[in-house]
Design a protein around this ligand. Structure first.
Ligand code: SF4
Ligand code: SF4
Ligand code: FES
Length: 381
């Protein structure tokens, strides 16, 4: 480009592309220089490399408008749709979507995953309706519509941390589709699908990465938890989970430990029982109360509180599970019971601040205990 007599260099992007063909022994990265244009997408860069530079890179695309779900790749480690992701950086590395076998360059093999999903869904199954056309609750249909937005791009599969350790796991894209059908009030195949899923639902750690990266923000994690609730309703619960729920109901913790052993990590003479004069509650949580390795955390934290002259109290054997894991299992009734019990206890003791080192308790108190139900602030350590 020239400006007066001076040549002005147009900005460029350094694009590194992952290459692997059946003829190659191992993958390599090939570097290209691509002119940087306003609102340029990753797909634009790939098209420039193939059409203008003339390199035969294999990648998928079709619609160009985030609808066909073909173009998912990894860009600088982030899972994105190539047609949607604008290039802001001066250097990018484009790689195939992780957690799938690579066919060639950026093209991965979706077939096994998609075939498996199709095999188990069988579309909507008619159920005997009391009247036809059916009466449908609009709020229920909103959920169906949410899940129907799925474009099967498989980004959620590419980001899920469970899959690298368990490649055969059906994963979030499968559960998103099961949720689409199992939330549909017209469907009569719910139990059949739950039977097909078996114990697979319980592998999800509820990390929410799939939702964060889904281009259509499909509430996959909520769907998985709703499916878990449906499993609980049918009574097909694995024995270990049944025991944990039973233990939470009877002794306030899924760890199946006696309630009076909840403060066993405290040395004799160093008790920190909560009292009316104290305002800050240290909520220890179930894992650190019963798991001997995790007990090192409250021991160390209490020393830090002492050094910092922060007066804290604990609830000893009155502490009850925050309910976070119970909600994630899908036992919403038990979760609500634990929540009410805890809020009442915090209010009765006049707790003003709650400190917890447990990320699950922190998240549960902060997000799932409704604001305004208790007059206290929640802090992480
Ligand atoms: S749920 Fe979202 S990320 Fe997963 S396949 Fe569907 S659209 Fe893609
Ligand atoms: S919430 Fe569950 S399905 Fe989604 S990424 Fe995390 S572990 Fe995977
Ligand atoms: S090309 Fe269709 S979603 Fe990207």
């Amino acid at each position: 480009m020239s400006e007066g007599n001076q040549m002005v260099e147009s900005p460029k992007i350094d694009v590194r592309v992952f290459r692997l063909t059946p003829e190659m022994d191992e993958p390599k990265y090939e570097a290209f220089e691509v002119p940087k244009l306003p609102k340029m997408t990753v797909l634009d860069a790939l098209e420039y490399i193939t059409e203008e530079i003339g390199r035969d890179i294999a990648y998928r695309s079709s619609c160009g408008i985030a609808h066909c779900g073909q173009c998912a790749v990894s860009v600088n480690g982030e899972r994105v749709l190539a047609c949607l992701h604008m290039i802001e950086e001066d250097k990018i590395t484009i790689e195939p979507l992780p957690n799938f076998p690579i066919i060639r360059d950026l093209v991965v093999d979706f077939d096994r995953r998609r075939n498996e999903t199709q095999k188990h869904l069988h579309l909507i199954r008619n159920k005997d309706m009391e009247q036809f056309p059916e009466k449908i609750d609009p709020t229920q249909m909103e959920k169906v519509i949410d899940f129907s937005q799925c474009i099967e791009c498989q980004i959620c599969q590419g980001v899920c941390p469970i899959i690298p350790g368990y490649m055969e796991w059906p994963g979030p894209s499968h559960f998103s589709w099961v949720s689409r059908f199992n939330t549909d009030p017209r469907d009569g195949g719910k139990n059949n699908r739950l039977n097909n899923i078996g114990n697979e639902l319980w592998y999800c750690s509820n990390c929410n990465s799939c939702v964060n990266d889904c281009p259509w923000e499909i509430p996959i994690r909520d769907g998985i938890n709703e499916l878990r609730s449906q499993v609980i309703e049918t009574g097909f619960l694995p024995k270990a989970l049944q025991d944990s729920l039973e233990s939470t109901l009877t002794s306030g913790s899924p760890y199946q430990g006696a309630r009076k052993k909840r403060n066993q990590w405290i040395s004799a003479g160093e008790e920190k029982a909560f009292s009316d004069s104290k305002k800050t509650l240290y909520f220890v949580g179930c894992t650190s109360s019963y798991d001997t390795r995790a007990q090192e955390i409250p021991k160390a934290l209490v020393k830090i509180f002492d050094k910092a002259n922060i007066e804290i109290g604990i609830l000893d054997d009155e502490e009850t599970c925050c309910g976070g894991p119970i909600k994630n299992i899908g036992e919403i009734g038990l979760f609500e019971m634990l929540k009410d019990e805890n809020i009442k206890k915090f209010n009765d003791y006049g707790v003003e601040n709650i400190v917890t080192h447990c990320p699950h308790s922190f998240n549960t108190f902060k997000k799932d205990y409704l604001e305004g139900e208790g007059d206290y602030k929640i802090y992480h350590h």
